[in-house]
Write a protein that binds this ligand. Sequence first.
Ligand SMILES: [Zn+2]
Length: 290
Amino acid sequence: MIQRERIADNVFAFQSDLYVQVTAGVVVGPEWAVAIDTLAFPEETLAIRDFVEYELKVPIRYVINTHYHADHAWGTCFFPGALVISHSLCRNFLELKSVPALESARSQNVSLRQSKIILPHLTFSEGTLSLKVGKKNLTMLPLPGHTEDGIGVFIEEDRVLFSGDVFMPLPYIVDGDIDQMIDTYKRVANMSLENIVQGHGDVVLRGEIELAIDDHLQYLSTIQKHVRRSSRRKFPRDLLETLDVESCGKSRVLLGGLAEELHQRNMVSLYTNLYGEIPAASEPEDDIYY
Ligand SMILES: [Zn+2]
């Protein structure tokens, strides 16, 4: 149900088999551990908890939320004794958006019955926040772009970055900001990292990081060009629909085959942000892009 990978001494990453390859992580100290995000379904988050508490025999004392999205943050409630840390905006979004969203999701999904939204106890909005786990220094730093509240967790000794969703195989900006994302990529490129544990998908290894960042920057500038070009058409959406994810340099098989859909949403959202209206189509559908 979940894949476990040892990234460095006492550092683990988990990937869901059930929901768009979403990831979470754990850093283990001598007496307690830190969870970085949770997974989408309760049973997956409970599998992480069982591994840490029964196999490694330490409790999870801290949970870090990289951002407020359901697939990363809704499992926090399965660590009832933990202190929860996030960006201050994450706390706001959880309170204002996630509490009502869970309420309505619960009526359609039985497995969410035991879930509840936990508002982080400790937040920061500028600079960084550090936590010492055994001999390791964990530094939390803002990484906006996918969302405004995005943070990453950098493990100094191993040069590993848990990036949250600002890194995934296809950048996703519908709830974020393309300029912030570009800025985040440029900062991360200078961090001399060994690994990036992305919010979705496989771990990016040292030799692949530079290429992955170049590739993402190229994708973002391509969709910006397409969106500007489409704005000169009477029906911009018609043109955008012909510009598929492959023509923008990314494979359609990424993210369990969701890449094309996410790519189209990216362009519609970029257009809407730039021009203040949804791109018109000659045959409008009832799409809601969230
Ligand atoms: Zn997300």
